[in-house]
Write a protein that binds this ligand. Structure first.
Ligand code: PLP
Length: 373
């Protein structure tokens, strides 16, 4: 039996990609596995990254961190996106490090640590210019002072200071240097206030791959470990880990001039064979892929014909001998001519991150390239 659709994840590629990143830096590597490991599977991605040499795991939410702990992953974990009323106490009890950038969260963490009778490990986040999360530089001294006051009682331990780039995927952009200067300033201000933690980190995949001066003690690599470069046109030897495929479910001949799928936004131009692929927006295939996204079927590159529906779409394969049960490969590493998620990103005016991450829960993840004992 074979699966009618599948996102096949090559764990050996994830291990190799971590090693590739690691080879470019003296810093430790944090593997970012938020959003179900960018769609590759939270726990399998984390395990493969650790096997490949990552020493830290990064996630957005506390639920993600707790799921990793529940699966038996003991490596250090940092969680950085915490709204009110989240399981902060459980996270402290599970040895999850917490990113703190606001007074309210600092107070929540202190209260939860008190209730748990444990010291909470906290990393302070500064906004060096991204304009998203993190304490702004005007608020930074006050946050550092409050955190230092709590650290003096032993209720928290400040283990790190960190920040995040806006445009590291555009090497040479002037904002990069500005953010680096602001990070240096934030570190100095903290040090003046007696806060000089062992971990300083600023780099995402793009900076890990291109900007050694931003590596500090740790680089946070997300997309690179899944095999995609954040920088257009440069591959850095990374290998895409996910192959998205479906089995052709219907093949039939249609005459010239026949409309295809909802809205008939595609019309056959001659007598032709059409093949139906059982994947749709219910599986995370963007509806914007209608008439534009590439795939590999019948030994050739094709383009989706007509609308992507909830569960299915159609390909016009001309006179190619495509059969029911044949593989339609939407994207993969590109070895056999199939498109990559980068090709999808270009066709859909988005980024590889979104293509792989939005693969839906209905699509089974299968794994190859497990480590042999
Ligand atoms: C997602 C994320 C990363 C990883 O970014 P990539 O570009 O995928 O390497 C790093 N740091 C933070 C704060 C993130 O949210």
């Amino acid at each position: 039996m074979s699966l009618q659709s599948e996102a096949r994840v090559d764990l050996a590629a994830i291990r190799a990609n971590v090693a590739t990143v690691s080879g470019l830096t003296r810093a430790d590597v944090m593997a970012v596995v938020k959003a179900d490991g960018y769609g590759h599977g939270l726990v399998p991605a984390a395990r493969a990254a650790l096997a490949g040499g990552a020493s830290w795991i990064g996630v957005a939410t506390l639920d993600e961190a707790l799921s990793l702990r529940a699966a038996g992953i003991t490596a250090p974990i940092l969680a950085w996106l915490i709204a009110p009323k989240q399981p902060v106490r459980a996270a402290i009890e599970a040895d999850v490090e917490l990113s703190v950038a606001t007074d309210w969260l600092l107070e929540d963490v202190v209260a939860a640590a008190g209730a748990a009778g444990r010291t909470a490990r906290v990393q302070l986040k500064v906004d060096t210019g991204l304009g998203r999360g993190g304490a702004g530089l005007p608020e930074w001294p006050e946050l550092v002072a409050s955190a230092a006051k709590h650290a003096a009682t032993g209720i928290i331990e400040i283990t790190g200071i960190w920040s995040h780039f806006a445009r590291a995927d555009e090497p040479g952009d002037p904002s990069i240097v500005v953010q680096q200067e602001n990070f240096t300033l934030a570190l100095a201000l903290a040090k003046d206030a007696g806060v000089d933690p062992p971990l300083r980190h600023l780099a995402n995949s793009a900076a890990a791959l291109t900007l050694p001066s931003a590596h500090y003690d740790l680089v946070r690599a997300g997309i690179a470990i899944y095999g995609y470069s954040p920088i257009p046109g440069q591959k850095f030897g990374l290998r895409p880990a996910m192959t998205m495929r479906g089995s052709v479910a219907v093949v039939k001949r249609l005459p010239a001039g026949h409309g295809i799928s909802y809205g008939h936004i595609y019309t056959t131009s001659r007598d032709t064979t059409v093949a139906l692929v059982p994947l749709g927006y219910g599986d995370g295939i963007p509806r914007q892929a209608s008439n534009v996204a590439p795939l590999w079927v019948g030994g050739q590159r094709q383009t989706i014909a007509g609308r992507v529906c909830m569960d299915q779409f159609v390909v016009d394969v001309g006179d190619l001998p495509v059969d029911v049960g044949d593989d339609a490969v939407l994207f993969g590493p590109g070895d056999d001519g199939e498109p990559t998620a980068d090709d999808w990103a270009v066709a859909l005016d988005t980024i590889s991150y979104e293509i792989v991450t939005r693969v839906g829960a209905r699509v089974p993840r299968t794994y190859i390239g497990e480590e042999t004992a």
